[in-house]
Design a protein around this ligand. Structure first.
Ligand code: HEC
Ligand code: HEC
Length: 298
């Protein structure tokens, strides 16, 4: 009885010792790579990340245009990607609002060979809750990645799967996207109230309280300073697919924050640095139909 007690006691002490050493080693193992990885995150460019999120393979023949920095480290055939581009653009599967099929794209069904189904993931939420490292891993090697030799004109269920961006982006480019998701992307709940009806892919959406409690006067000043030279002080000078800037915002509130913050790729419109509060003020200002009228109906 006594002997057994002693045996137990001895085992217990060595157990404690081994346990303590293991805990120290484990915490070192988690702390060290995290500081190493944080360097990649810290030096990342979230504005470039936002451009990559839109269209990483964007090109233009014009000079001095807004384009992402994309190194094509894996020497992909970009013309081939371009032909099936909607199967590669983050925004296509996740939406400008990062809310996927629960957001503005609730009514955006897949089109065979043309575009995939919108994802059910909520990136606005995961961007908040995941560590940079975990986001990096999800983007580089998704749980159920699409085969790299996939032909998007064939089957849609495979096309809906996320590409393994570890084979598309350099590590620095993935960090740029992670930074965009965590720090630079606009939280659309602060910009308007999303109202959805029905379920994907046949749902519909509308926007209430655009600009929330923003300051319209401050927003008008931002517009005059940062947008008016090109768009005209009332937003009518450039034809945006038949719309003025005000009209564009009032119908596509889910998209404008991205185009303003990260540029209209391939065009003269470069990213404009606005804080979330300034973006909200700009939204508020553009709801004013007298100051920012719609184009007259033809
Ligand atoms: C063809 C559609 C498609 C494209 C393009 C796509 N994704 Fe995804 N993504 C998905 C799907 C479907 C999921 C959910 C299943 C999964 O995790 O693989 C997902 C999941 C994720 C997740 C994990 C979310 C979670 O809750 O765990 C992140 C982060 C993510 N995507 C970011 C991106 C980024 C950044 C890009 C562009 C660089 C991108 N995705 C492009 C379809 C896509
Ligand atoms: C250097 C000139 C320039 C400036 C500055 C500029 N834009 Fe633009 N913007 C353009 C051009 C050119 C287009 C049209 C590009 C095209 O035809 O695709 C455009 C497109 C847009 C669009 C439509 C995007 C789409 O998806 O079609 C919106 C909305 C917009 N601008 C709003 C703004 C706002 C708000 C500002 C200020 C924060 C601003 N722009 C600043 C030149 C500019």
């Amino acid at each position: 009885m006594r002997a057994r007690y002693r045996e137990f006691h001895a085992a217990c002490v060595s157990c404690l010792f081994v346990g303590t050493v293991a805990v120290i080693l484990l915490s070192l193992a988690t702390v060290l790579p995290q500081t190493a990885l944080a360097a990649g995150y810290e030096s990342a460019d979230g504005i470039n990340g936002g451009m990559l999120f839109d269209k990483f393979y964007a090109t233009s023949d014009k000079e001095k245009v807004a384009l992402p920095k994309f190194s094509n480290a894996f020497r992909l055939d970009l013309s081939e990607i371009g032909a099936a581009g909607d199967f590669y653009r983050c925004k296509q599967c996740h939406g400008w609002d990062r809310l996927g099929c629960k957001g503005a794209y609730i009514g955006r069904a897949a089109k065979a060979g043309k575009r995939p189904n919108v994802s059910g993931a909520n990136l606005a939420l995961t961007a908040k809750t995941y560590s940079p490292k975990k986001l990096f891993a999800r983007i580089a090697t998704p749980g159920k990645a699409r085969p790299t030799n996939f032909d998007p004109t064939s089957s849609n269920p495979i096309g809906d799967r996320m590409p393994a961006y570890g084979k598309i982006f350099s590590e620095a480019e993935i960090w740029d996207v992670v930074k965009f998701l965590k720090e630079n992307a606009y939280d659309t709940t602060a910009l308007y109230k999303l109202e959805t009806e029905g379920t994907y892919p046949s749902g519909s959406v509308s926007y209430a309280a655009i600009g929330r409690d923003g300051n319209a006067k401050a927003g008008r000043t931002i517009f005059e300073k940062q947008c008016g030279d090109c768009h005209g002080d009332n937003g009518l000078d450039i034809d945006l697919g038949g719309k003025s800037v005000g009209q564009f915002l009032r119908t596509k509130a889910y998209e404008v924050h991205h185009k303003v913050g990260f540029g209209q790729l391939g065009s003269r419109m470069k990213p404009t640095k606005l804080s979330p509060g300034q973006m909200r003020d700009l939204y508020k200002a553009l709801t004013d139909k007298a100051a920012f009228p719609s184009k007259p109906a033809k």
